[in-house]
Design a protein around this ligand. Structure first.
Ligand code: AMP
Length: 292
């Protein structure tokens, strides 16, 4: 063990071949490997995933890779925050053993012509507003799973459609990895943590609170026994349309498995919202009932 490891610092690995070798060697000795893929700009939401992996597994790998193919040309790829030093500290503090931080050419070698696309689940919601997004996500995550052949991978409920799409990909392709979805971590005032929250001005941050407040109200109504789904959906939408500074993209009550919009009550419901606050696009969701 070297000095850095003795101090509990995660080991930074840039080479796909090396991380695969390390993970395979750990698994050959019977160790359980947990994997937390991220795009960096880490916060307490990411930390909770790493901590869960630390709790469940013998070896914890986090990855930091700002995946260009999940951004549309007009989106924020070039300005996406990349505070690598702080990210490495957070990974180490949360208990990661290894941080995989590949270059873009390492993940997308010149001439790469393979993509992974999940049909159906990717059509609506985020897929409607960001038509190329999920193909970028599934392609990079499958490649990450290949390079980091872990036992289990951790994702956040915050990106609800993403976890549904990735679970479908894993099931459809019989990938030998388990997916664990962890709850959304929020600020004390309800705002879901997101790497994009740093774009919000103080006024916009205040305005953004309406997303979680509106979702919370929908959940409270469901908990109180309100069963009129179309009325709840109308109210959620109306509240967000009326919110100052919030430009609503969608607000919908859906089935947590299929993500189909609901027309009547059922025991499990996910409420999903997306909106622009200033120039920042935010998403959030809350679930009523059992869903996983
Ligand atoms: P990202 O870096 O945004 O690609 O996110 C990496 C992982 O962290 C994804 O599985 C996200 O769903 C998860 N994540 C992001 N924000 C949160 C949050 N507030 N709470 C829990 N998980 C989160």
């Amino acid at each position: 063990m070297n000095q850095t490891e003795a101090a509990g610092a995660a080991r930074l690995v840039e080479s796909p071949e090396e991380i695969r070798r390390v993970v395979q060697a750990a698994r050959r000795t019977g160790l359980r490997v947990g994997f937390v893929p991220t795009m960096g700009a880490l916060h307490a939401g990411h930390r909770s995933l790493i901590e869960q992996a630390r709790h469940d597994c013998d070896v914890v790998v986090a990855s930091i890779f700002v995946n260009p193919t999940q951004f549309a040309p007009h989106e924020d790829l070039s300005k996406y925050p990349r505070p690598l030093e702080a990210d490495l500290r957070l990974c180490s503090g949360a208990g990661a053993d290894l941080v995989f931080h590949p270059s873009v050419p390492a993940m997308y070698p010149a001439g790469m012509s393979t993509v992974v696309r999940v049909e159906g689940l990717t059509r609506g919601l985020e897929g409607a507003s960001r038509p190329t997004h999920f193909q970028g996500v599934t392609t990079v995550v499958l490649k990450l799973f290949s390079v980091v052949p872990a036992d289990v991978a951790y994702f956040g409920q915050k990106d609800f459609q993403q976890q549904a799409v990735l679970r479908k990909m894993v099931a459809d392709l019989c990938l030998p990895i388990e997916i664990v979805v962890c709850p959304t971590v929020r600020e004390p005032d309800g705002l879901a943590l997101s790497s994009r929250n740093v774009y919000l001005s103080p006024t916009e941050r205040q305005q953004a609170l309406e997303l979680s407040a509106a979702l919370r109200r929908t959940m409270t109504q469901l908990e109180q026994g309100v069963r009129d789904i179309p009325a709840l959906q109308r109210e959620l939408r109306d509240r967000l349309v009326a919110a100052p500074g919030v430009v609503l993209d969608y607000a919908t009550l859906a089935d947590p498995q299929t993500l189909e919009e609901l027309s009547s009550w059922q025991p499990s419901v996910v409420a999903l919202v997306a909106a622009r606050v200033g120039t920042t696009r935010l998403i959030d969701n809350m679930v009523f009932g059992r869903w996983q």
